[in-house]
Design a protein around this ligand. Structure first.
Ligand code: ADP
Ligand code: 3PG
Ligand code: MG
Length: 368
């Protein structure tokens, strides 16, 4: 990877693309993880460059109304309280652009990587640093297009995220356990296909488990499942039977604890039960590498037992733990706020990398 360490940025004009796409509600930033994780690269640049130009997107822009609701002003004000700006001169030389996706109102120029727009962005700097890990799976003008015009490198966050993900893909320390949950199998088939070859155990929980249980022939009542993915699930189960750990018991909509083999027509599985947690615990206790993506139940609506217990188990083991996915990260921060997990700032970006795809926003030396 071409990283910021490979280039002299002293007294250069540096354009830095960050992913400051944070959740905002009622004019309040709900989670500032992405902003804080951008500071290492940003401060490094501020200390050295003659001019710093910050780019980021926020939300998705399709209408003028979206434009009004997705200004980076709030993020900009907050960011300015966090950065090292003792240097008064630099104040004039630190610029942040408005939301790069404002340009999407004109023929989706940002999202479609319009090269005229990329050239325009690039004209503000001598060197480009892409540290927007969460956007690395997108090929936009502000994160990839610019690299056609000026020397381009990745920042410290992208470097750290890729190093963490590589620990899941190349020579993971074993035992290596992957925990997949959340709602849909369809969101994660490619990750499952790629990662199951590498891990020792794949724990499947959350609503996703019911598609697999149904594929095995269990009655799953009225639980959520995806008919079109029964064949996929069956194939995975046949091929990797000894690697897959499914659920044994669950809580239904009335919070009654039911064993899977006792599920009735009207039962909807909203959370995993204590026997399942014990089973997971036995798999996780001695593990050395763990990837956790997807909550174990409808934790936002009081069906939080399984997700909370799982977070506590992870918090007490001695392993390299990587957590990815917007909802999963929220859950982890809620139930074990002082954890020392490695938390990915990218949902889609991490999953695509784990699918085995090359991310367009990660810059490599050209192969000769
Ligand atoms: P992430 O954002 O971490 O990748 P997903 O988006 O794949 O996670 O899945 C998260 C969602 O899955 C949560 O909103 C959660 O409520 C839901 N979920 C998990 N288990 C169940 C269940 N048994 N029934 C319904 N929804 C569930
Ligand atoms: C994210 O939040 O996943 C990234 O910022 C990318 O945003 P997008 O899915 O709107 O491209
Ligand atoms: Mg989600």
């Amino acid at each position: 990877m071409k990283t910021i360490n490979n280039v002299d940025i002293n007294n250069k004009r540096v354009i830095v693309r960050l992913d400051l796409n944070v959740p905002i509600k009622n004019n309040k930033i709900l989670d500032d993880t992405r902003i804080k994780k951008s500071l290492k690269t940003l401060n490094y640049i501020i200390e050295r460059a003659s001019k710093v130009i910050i780019l980021s997107h926020l939300g998705r822009i399709k209408t003028d109304e979206d434009k009004k609701n997705n200004s980076l002003k709030l993020v900009c004000d907050y960011l300015s309280t966090l950065i090292n700006t003792n240097d008064e001169v630099l104040d004039d030389d630190l610029i942040m652009f408005e939301n790069t996706r404002y340009f999407d109102l004109d023929n989706k120029k940002e999202s479609n990587n319009d090269l005229e727009l990329a050239k325009y962005f690039s004209s503000f700097g001598d060197i480009f640093i892409n540290d927007a890990f969460g956007t690395c799976h997108r090929c936009n003008a502000s994160n990839v297009g610019i690299s056609n015009f000026i020397p381009s490198y990745n920042g410290f966050l992208v470097e750290e995220e890729i190093e963490n993900l590589d620990r899941l893909l190349n020579n993971p320390e074993r035992p290596y356990v992957v925990i997949m949950g959340g709602k849909k199998v369809s969101d994660k088939i490619k990750v499952i296909e790629n990662i199951i070859k590498k891990c020792d155990k794949l724990i499947i929980g959350g609503a996703m488990a019911y598609t697999f249980l149904k594929a095995k022939g269990y009655e799953i009542g009225s639980s959520f499942y995806e008919e079109e993915y029964l064949d996929f699930s069956k194939n995975i189960l046949d091929k990797y039977n000894n690697k897959i750990v499914l659920i044994k018991d669950n809580y239904n909509q009335n919070k009654e604890l039911i064993r899977i083999e006792d599920m009735k027509k009207d039962d909807i599985g909203y959370d995993i039960g204590p026997d399942t947690i014990e089973l997971y615990k036995s798999e996780l206790e001695n593990s050395k590498t763990v990837f956790f993506n997807g909550p174990m139940g409808l934790f936002e609506e009081e069906y939080e037992y399984g997700t909370k217990e799982l977070c506590n188990i992870l918090n007490n083991i001695n392993a390299f733990i990587l957590v990815g996915g917007g909802d999963t990260v929220n859950a982890v921060n809620k139930y074990v706020p002082n954890n020392s997990f490695n938390i990915s700032t990218g949902g889609g970006a991490s999953l695509e990398y784990l699918e085995g795809k090359k991310l367009p926003g990660v810059f490599y030396e050209e192969e000769v």
